[in-house]
Design a protein around this ligand. Sequence first.
Ligand code: ATP
Ligand code: MG
Length: 442
Amino acid sequence: MAGMVDERAQLEVTTLGECRIDSPLSAALRRQRSTQHYVDEDDRVLLDDTVSLVAARGVPVAELPGFEPGGPRSKIFFDPSKTRVGIVTCGGLCPGLNDVIRALVLELTNHYGVHRIFGFRNGYQGMTARYGRPVVDLTPEVVSGINEYGGTILGTSRGNQDPNEIVDCLEQLSINVLFVIGGDGSMRGALKIAEVVEERGRRIAVVGVPKTIDNDIPYIERSFGFQTAFGKATEAIRAAHVEATAFPNGIGLVQLMGRHSGFIACYAALANNDADYVLIPEVPFALDGPGGFLEHLRRRVVDRGHAMIVVAEGAGQEYLSTKGTDASGNVRLEDFGRYLRQRIAEHFAAAGVEANLKYIDPSYTIRSVPADPYDSVYCIRLAHAAVHAAMAGRTEMVVGRWRGRFVHVPIALAISSRNLVDPDGDLWLSVLEATGQPAVFS
Ligand code: ATP
Ligand code: MG
């Protein structure tokens, strides 16, 4: 029972104070003869979704852990006419960043009547005085059409900045609401910013829109840009497969993004169903020996004339040494695809078997493209949920998606773990079924 209380507390989102201001959205909603679009502040999106999970808790339904639902509130915390907003994008590129920026600006301007929105250049650098990067005034005109392009109009960066300097910047510009669009590192930074804000007794909402092309942030069923990314990745697999089938003993090897989570590799491989092997960080595999991957690959190439391999960049790291850390402190991974290419060449040469291997690593061409229509829709809806949350005084949270609902997830919870492909789950089972690879290379 104590564990249950803790779990419920972990899911609670911090609120800056009582919401007393009538939401300006009500006029628009009344035109639709309905106010039921407003979220009931006592409602919760349950953490559990099966009877067995609920039964295992043995508690009344009201005590079950649940997320605060996203959506507009009838009473809001910030007076829109006095609200000043900042937007920053940090970390690696991901399809859909510009869609999110545009949707934040349009929702704030057109529906809440907020008219001072600042964009910070190059991530947290743009909020740190010593870089001297001028802020951008974000208006509907400035963001018009930006969703047609990949990347982010605000630019991005890595590297740690002092949260005290960042909060100085927020205070100097009298900003009440900061939207951070970024990955796990950016959200760690956002949490530190929110902590400094609290120490200084300020009422500044810090709300994140989680960006992770790898789909590795928990409580976000699917992150924006992920669908675009794996869709684009299928082009590389298709090309490698065409090459592999054209040459005698052809081998296609495609390395896709996925430092810790192999979702892009799994989805891309399933999407065109040409892969014979998928290797991901979550499922260890032996390369050598009679039950190892190389032996299996050689037998298949000899039997069938070709093979197609998809690897996630973070797979097989146990075979490689790490290369230090990047500016943000992330461990730099060795390139497993290149290593595997070398090992395959050596293995086939040692066995006296011809191999024609084509290696494709499309990572930058994948993450720099504009969002596909599905992701564009999703970005807009995430941005709307983020604006509703911030205007209602929510802080230290990211917008998530759980059981098909937009929810508020405390940042501390969103960075507490990683979303991983479950080796015992149905996604990996589908990959095993589609590829026909053995469940274990040992
Ligand atoms: P992705 O990994 O998807 O590219 P990310 O947001 O994790 O995105 P990082 O480069 O790790 O990318 O971090 C982005 C920004 O967040 C950096 O500018 C860095 O200053 C800041 N940051 C990262 N980790 C922390 C931390 N522990 N505390 C404070 N700030 C951090
Ligand atoms: Mg990261």
